[in-house]
Write a new protein. Sequence first.
Length: 367
Amino acid sequence: MKLQLLCVLHRSPPAHGAAKVGDFIVSSEKVNENFECRFITIKSSDTIGDIGKVNFKKFYLVAELYIKVLWTLLIFRPQTIYFTASIRSVALYRDLLVSTLWKVYKLFKPVEIYYHYHTKGVDEFVSASDRNLKLTRFFLKDVNLLLLSSLLKKDFDKVKTYKQIKFLPNGVEDPMLDVNVGEYLKEKYDNISTVEALYLAHMMKEKGYWEVLELARDTKGQNIRYHFAGSWKDEMSKNEFFAFVEEYGLENQVVYHGFVSGKQKSQLFKKAHLLLYPSKNDAFPLTLLESLSYCVSVIATNEGSIPYILDEQSGIILNDVNKLKEALEQARKQLLNKETAMYCRQRYLDNFSLEQFEDNLVNNLKA
């Protein structure tokens, strides 16, 4: 008899890391084969720019979520609960409210509860006030934590009310199954006339797009083309970006593709020689996994689990984002070759495939 699993999780839109993982869990054959599942979507924001904001619609959506969870607990009576947890802001209070339902439910029926964290910042939040610490300790009491890597464990050092910590690295779909990788890499790297550098993330300054734009200015005239892809947080940032391009005459060196997915995103990765990801706040960016799966090496900052994803053969990790230009020069000498590209691909296959994520998720929830 299958275990009964209730999953309360994010789904797209908007398309962020936790939502992409949620989309996959819902559609996973392995998850649905091993468990009798019920899925409830956490609806809060229509766009990335809406995240963290408060409005009447969000209060309605919280009430709707509360009722759906209550009804499912009463009717479905799950033995295991999987929940995509938040860290701070309005989302934490929403999560606290909903979590009281399964905390009461647990008094009457044995249930294993798993909180899957897709971000970092717990230590910063609980250090801000005694109230934050008490709320978080209550929220995490007697639950199992699923963290993206061991590098994030220290984020919970001040919160010891959880049951145990397990590690669940993300995975992404293999985009190169039908590609002759050897021939593809030979054609791509034998004669590089222009280096194609890719920034693929939300167009938010904390993700580092501005540093990449400044790098384009500082390398103007060199045989490097910079591709930007992602959705804007606000119109002001978008206008500022294009004003900068015009001011420094970067129209032939900078290309903005908008938000991309599917075939368009695949084409960008297949064209790219290098991914630039100088983020200032990240836990486990899926973009890096996608880059490795496409045989593309990475320059990224030392944030969250990035040192777990990359090693010195698959990329360059920056401790200082101001060293981006030097890192680019190093990458052009060391990383832009077929051998490195193949190594990136193998690192993905060995560590970050979707099948590995599925197996790890099922094994953790069954345990």
